[in-house]
Each structure stands twice: as structure tokens, then as C-alpha cells.
Design a protein around this ligand. Sequence first.
Ligand SMILES: Nc1ncnc2c1ncn2[C@@H]1O[C@H](COP(=O)(O)OP(=O)(O)OP(=O)(O)O)[C@@H](O)[C@H]1O
Ligand SMILES: O=C(O)C1=C[C@@H](O)[C@@H](O)[C@H](O)C1
Ligand SMILES: [Mg+2]
Length: 173
Amino acid sequence: MKIFLLGYMGSGKSFIGKRLAERIGQEFIDFDEEIEKREKSTISDIFQQKGEIYFRKLELKVLKEMIALEKSVVVSLGGGTPCYGDNMELIKAAEDIESIYLKLNIENLTNRLEKEKEKRPLISHLKKREDLEDFIRKHLFERGFVYSQSQHIINCDSKTAEEIINEIEDRLK
Ligand SMILES: Nc1ncnc2c1ncn2[C@@H]1O[C@H](COP(=O)(O)OP(=O)(O)OP(=O)(O)O)[C@@H](O)[C@H]1O
Ligand SMILES: O=C(O)C1=C[C@@H](O)[C@@H](O)[C@H](O)C1
Ligand SMILES: [Mg+2]
């Protein structure tokens, strides 16, 4: 089975994806780590040195490769991966992919991202909590529509990783 995890920055795609893959005995690919490996650079440095447009083009190339994989795998996408160009249409058109949106509310996303801004170039400049929260509110308003086109939507607010993984397993039965 090919499982793609979607959701906003900090929603837990990497964290849940790794554990879900272990639970069901499938290979795990973290999309951002894959890009970092290929570029021999961090996401922040890629944004800084080559710009976001370069990153988005590379993201599309890697997405197409992930969609074409012919093996069972759990892929944790980047937060913006489905949101650019026709990327979500490509994901939806792939009949062998189960797409899962890990949904969190703005307050919980802000709580998580406040502690982990450095590795995330789109928010690393937002020093005050209020500014971070305002950014997330607007950004999620723009992106939520895309994430919500996933086949499964898992509400992750106040759930442990264990509970979320159990819920995903139930959905995929
Ligand atoms: N169910 C959970 N309960 C509490 N904390 C969690 C849970 N899931 C993930 N986290 C924590 O939230 C933070 C963000 O998670 P993670 O890095 O997996 O997000 P992400 O969706 O991969 O973000 P990005 O799109 O930026 O890569 C991490 O510190 C992780 O440990
Ligand atoms: O939400 C986004 O656009 C991003 C999320 C991260 O996973 C990285 O892919 C990068 O920081 C961009
Ligand atoms: Mg991640």
C-alpha cells in the first residue's frame, strides 16, 4: 500500500509517518529529508541560497518520482507539497495512493511551531507568537482547501501519536 501523509507544517507528518511505517512494516520516506539528501543541503539553505521557486520545482520532480514508485511505502510529504501547481491533482489521480490529511487547529500548530521555527524557512523570521499565529491562520486558510481533498482526514488535536496511528490503521482496513 502507498500512503501519503499531508498537512500543514508541524502537523506531525514526519513524526507519525515514521512510526506508522514501523507499525505496518513498510518502508518510510520523509520527503524533505529526501530533498536534503539529493541537494546535500538543508531545506533552510536551499531556500536561502537558491530560492523558493527552485525548491518548488525540485519538489515537483521528487513528487512525480514518489507517485511513480511501485512499492509499498509511507511518504511524509512536505507541508507545501500538495499546494503548488497541479500537485494535488497528481496525487488524487494516482489510484494506488491513500492520501491522509493530519489536521490540527491553529492554536495547536502555533504551540508546536513556536518551539521549532528554525528549520522552517517560511516561519523562521516570525519572532512573536502573535505574528506566527496570524501567519498560520492566513496560510492555513489558503491551504486547507487543498489538504481537505485527501481521501482521509484525521483530526489530530489532543491525540497521542499512538491514537492517531490506530485511527489511520482503522481507516485503511
Ligand atoms: N501526536 C503528537 N502529539 C504531540 N506532539 C507531536 C505529535 N505528533 C508530532 N508531534 C511533534 O510535533 C512536532 C512537529 O512534527 P513533525 O516534524 O512531524 O511535523 P511535520 O508535519 O513533518 O512538519 P513539516 O511539514 O514542517 O515537515 C515535532 O516536535 C513532533 O515531535
Ligand atoms: O509548508 C511548506 O511550504 C514547507 C514545509 C516543509 O515541510 C518544507 O518542505 C519547507 O519548509 C516548506
Ligand atoms: Mg516533516
